[in-house]
Design a protein around this ligand. Structure first.
Ligand code: ATP
Length: 335
């Protein structure tokens, strides 16, 4: 179990600064997720923590000890990548045991740890197979198993689910959440650009933007109290609706943000009027897309099957207390 401290961490590749002064504390045993758009520096930050890239300036500590110059093998970390990086000629058992054997652990201890990890990940029936005889999801579980047997203090994941199809992603995501519960003493740091993964796995999410921390908080804190248009637009699906001009000035803001579930089609006396341009039925809910005169259509969630079809004019109202207000710089002014 390790507590991490990042203090004004910077990383440049040549003249190009990619990480621009990141500070944060990651608690022992915490599941921290780094999210942000492509190129914001998530993977680079993870690789700096792993020791796979050298920190340009700033300090990184594990349990109070500065590790800036410690090689990866001395940091007590294990990393799982998007590409599983398994040895193709070794069985699942050999792949999982290899690192421990290199570290000089005894045969019995290796076997025991591999068997325990295989049990946790439901890989027991596959221990004698080769990687090519496994599905993508099973291969990624082997990669996770290989990391578990090393008994790391810090577990690092770099988009581990992005090569899996939708159903397997969900199944493996649940597996990882279960793993964190059963390894509750292991600190986990997980990089993804998938905000659903971030919301469902994280104790806390760190939203990165252009090499800087935009906001850190629990999934609900970020969802309910985003401190900027950037975070508000990044967290939550469908994306938050943003309205500006006269829509916002009535609320003394430059821009207002409303989630689809906080808009209601209100025949009796809606505040705004719009034309239905599209509707999506998801079974339990429907999303109705309305042209109310803004650049992009506004999305309204209705429970069950919507009765509103394209071309229809409807009136909508925002839910009281759920209007997020932002200034011209995109900073939150609260609700
Ligand atoms: P993605 O979600 O697309 O993987 P990311 O947020 O993980 O993106 P990084 O991979 O950390 O982003 O890259 C951040 C920036 O650093 C990018 O502009 C990338 O081109 C640059 N970069 C990363 N590694 C190197 C390198 N070894 N040399 C030069 N530039 C690099």
């Amino acid at each position: 179990m390790a507590e991490l401290q990042l203090r004004d961490i910077r990383k440049s590749f040549g003249a190009f600064e990619v990480i621009k002064g990141v500070s944060m504390d990651i608690r022992a045993g915490e599941f921290m997720v780094f999210v942000g758009p492509s190129g914001c520096g998530k993977s680079t930050l993870l690789r700096l923590i792993a020791g796979l890239e050298e920190i340009t300036s700033g300090t990184l500590s594990f349990d109070g000890q500065v590790v800036n110059h410690l090689v990866p093998s001395k940091r007590g970390i294990a990393m799982v990548f998007q590409s599983y990086a398994l040895y193709p000629h070794m069985t699942v058992f050999e792949n999982m045991a290899f690192g421990m054997q290199l570290a000089g652990k005894g045969k019995d201890q290796c076997r025991k740890r591999v068997e325990t990890a295989a049990e946790m990940l439901q890989l027991t029936p596959y221990l004698e197979r080769l990687p090519r005889q496994l599905s993508g999801g099973q291969r990624q579980r082997v990669a996770i198993g290989r990391a578990i047997v090393r008994d790391p203090k810090v577990f690092l994941f770099d988009e581990p689910l992005s090569n899996l199809d939708a159903a397997l992603r969900v199944a493996t995501r649940i597996e990882i959440a279960r793993l964190h519960r059963s390894m509750h003493k292991t600190t986990m740091i997980y990089v993804t650009h998938d905000q659903v993964e971030a919301m469902t796995l994280a104790d806390r999410i760190c939203v990165l933007r252009d090499g800087r921390v935009e906001q850190i908080g629990t999934p609900l804190e970020l969802y309910e109290n985003p401190n900027s248009v950037f975070v508000a637009g990044f967290i939550g699906s469908p994306k938050m609706n943003f309205l500006s001009g006269p829509f916002a000035s009535a609320y003394d803001a430059h821009t207002i943000g409303l989630r689809a579930e906080h808009l209601e089609i209100d025949p009796a006396g809606g505040v705004w009027s719009g034309t239905v341009v599209h509707s999506e039925m998801l079974g339990s809910d429907s999303y109705v897309y309305l042209d109310i005169g803004t650049e992009e259509p506004v999305i309204v969630r209705e429970s069950g099957t919507s009765r509103h079809g394209p071309g229809e004019t409807v009136r909508i109202s925002p839910a009281a207390g759920q209007i997020h207000r932002f200034d011209a710089a995109g900073r939150s002014l609260g609700r």
